[in-house]
Design a protein around this ligand. Structure first.
Ligand SMILES: Nc1ncnc2c1ncn2[C@@H]1O[C@H](COP(=O)(O)OP(=O)(O)OP(=O)(O)O)[C@@H](O)[C@H]1O
Ligand SMILES: [Mg+2]
Length: 540
């Protein structure tokens, strides 16, 4: 079976392979990967697929849902040209070096090469044991697979760099999970997501070889990465890969990582487990585990129950953590770059790039032509304080702010409390918190905002144009935590219609989509403390 796909497996060609052919848990040395086949499953069943991802990799969408493709994407069959393997990587977890981790339940099928010569690695998540499974079972449950599938695609359509998801299938197997780590494991439905990305190389792939002082394999991995993903940095295709090029690659990783995190901040995404093994060398969001979406704007929020104490991966801390992770990557590259200075330059680029992108992102959210530090530092700071003064839904707030008429420089609208509240009340979670003091702060801010908008020389100060600009960067539809949970509840009962409906709505997150407003509403009260809606377990 070929599905008319052509494979060109660069990773397995370029990197040294593990010489042990048997599949058992172990430390794997001086190898980039181990060849391992997905474990066959009893009753594969198609749940959902992404037509855009099929097209991206040159797969005729007619195959989506077919028995033939379901078999392959559930791990029961291989298409011609596939050469399945699990990668060896390490990582810093919650700030500590964790040693070898590796693809413990992800199995790469191979790299599809498209007519325009792009490479796309297909990877099954939850496809069975590998040498890197440690004490776990190599499997994934439907609950976490629905979350990964929907969020990958939602993030892409929001314009956030991310790995993609081609398919979601049920395996027919039961998987035992202790969701709350409280000694009450239960059987859940097993599932597999097929992820797609140009490369799944993580910071941890470099760290593992550096930690073992295996400079040779480290150099091989860096050469492979640069030749296949950063070839634009080479003066000619087979130019030698020395310290300068490696430092240039690092600088680019710093830049793309900064951009990725700014996007997260823009849409209110909290990754939840930003360990270095979950950081992509391409600046893609990877590993949709205990992630969550900010509902009320709370910079200290993290969805990950495992991180509830230290809150290392809370929303507002993500930019610093990304920098910490980049330092870990830099340390891994020191043996090849030889000196620290060029890598420190990369970190400085991260800081600069983040600051710059964050400013233009905030200006965009507010409908300003550009960020002026002199006025806008104060405007943004006071807004972020205001959003916490009364529990305020971040997504709804920015959409509704765009609707408030400010008038023009010649004819400013006189802002009235009642009118402002009419627009914004939908964003407030607790009516009692809209106190007089809050109303005062809100109106003070609204007036400064109005003067700033009307004084903006870069854009014509027309309300309708400002609304259009704001709505292009402030989504109406995000994968609210409780919506994902509703889709999971239905799916658990065999009804996958909500998964498909959400996938469809989230394809156009910035459009109004009449008839779909219920997916843009704030979190209902029942979901405030419900597991899966407000807090997520790592058990997936
Ligand atoms: N059920 C499991 N079986 C085997 N290994 C697992 C399982 N769950 C997690 N791991 C491994 O534990 C490590 C850390 O897990 P983490 O939760 O970051 O990743 P993940 O959700 O499995 O996958 P990915 O990062 O590929 O999206 C990784 O090496 C991962 O492969
Ligand atoms: Mg992971």
């Amino acid at each position: 079976m070929t599905f008319d796909l052509t494979f060109d497996n660069r990773f397995t060609r370029d990197l040294p392979a593990d010489t042990e052919p048997r599949n058992f848990t172990r430390q794997v040395h001086q190898a980039g990967f181990s060849r391992v086949k997905p474990t066959p499953v009893s009753a594969p069943k198609w749940v959902a697929g992404s037509k855009e991802v099929a097209e991206l990799i040159g797969l005729d969408p007619k195959w989506l849902g077919s028995a033939e493709l379901t078999e392959v994407l559930a791990g029961n069959a291989l298409a011609d040209g596939m050469d399945p393997f699990a990668m060896c990587y390490g990582g810093h977890q919650f700030g500590n070096w964790a040693g070898q981790l590796g693809d413990g339940r992800a199995i790469n099928l191979g790299e599809v090469v498209t007519a325009d010569e792009k490479h796309w690695t297909l990877q099954l998540k939850g496809a069975g044991l590998t040498p890197y499974s440690r004490t776990a079972d190599g499997l994934a449950v439907l609950r976490s697979s629905v979350r990964e599938f929907l969020c990958s695609e939602a993030m892409h359509h929001l314009g956030v760099p991310t790995t993609r998801a081609l398919s979601l299938v049920l395996t027919g197997e039961k998987v035992l999970r202790d969701m709350f780590y409280d000694g009450h494991p239960e059987h859940e439905l097993g599932a597999i997501v097929c992820r797609v990305a140009p490369s799944f190389i993580r910071f941890g792939n470099f760290e593992i070889f550096a930690s073992r002082e295996d400079t040779e394999t480290l150099q091989t991995l860096v050469e492979h990465t640069i030749r296949s993903e950063f070839s634009h940095l080479l003066s000619e295709p087979d130019a030698e890969i020395g310290p300068d090029v490696i430092a240039a690659m690092f600088e680019e990783v710093c830049r793309t990582t900064a951009e990725m995190v700014v996007h997260w901040m823009r849409v209110g995404f909290v990754h939840g487990v930003m360990n270095t093994d979950n950081m992509s060398i391409l600046g893609l969001t990877i590993d949709y585990g205990p992630y969550g979406w900010l509902e009320d704007y709370d910079p200290d929020w993290t969805p990950n129950t495992t991180d509830a104490q230290g809150r290392r991966y809370r929303y507002a801390h993500q930019p610093q953590i990304a920098q910490w992770n980049l330092v870990a990557l830099a340390n891994a590259l020191v043996p090849l770059v030889k000196e620290a200075e060029p890598l420190q330059r990369g970190i400085a680029v991260y800081v600069e790039e983040f600051q710059k992108s964050w400013h233009s992102m905030m200006a965009g959210k507010l409908g300003l032509s550009k960020y002026e530090s002199e006025t806008d530092d104060e405007l943004v700071d006071s807004l972020l304080t205001l959003l916490q003064l009364a529990e305020t839904d971040m997504t709804i707030f920015y959409r509704r702010l765009a609707d408030i008429e400010l008038g023009t420089r010649e004819q400013p609208v006189t802002l009235e409390l009642a009118a402002v509240l009419r627009h914004l009340s939908e964003a407030h979670y607790v009516a009692d918190e809209v106190t007089e003091e809050y109303q005062q702060a809100l109106m003070d801010w609204m007036r400064s905002y109005q003067s700033r908008v009307l004084a903006d020389d870069g854009f014509p100060a027309e309300d309708s144009q400002r609304r259009q600009r704001m709505n292009a960067v402030n989504p109406k539809y995000v994968l609210r935590n409780y919506l994902a949970q509703l889709a999971i509840d239905a799916c658990d009962k065999g009804d996958d219609s909500l998964v498909s409906e959400l996938l469809e709505v989230l394809r156009r997150p910035y459009d109004d989509q009449p008839g779909k407003e219920r997916f843009a509403e704030k979190r209902p009260e029942w979901a405030r403390h419900r597991p899966g809606c407000s807090m997520l377990s790592c058990s997936s």
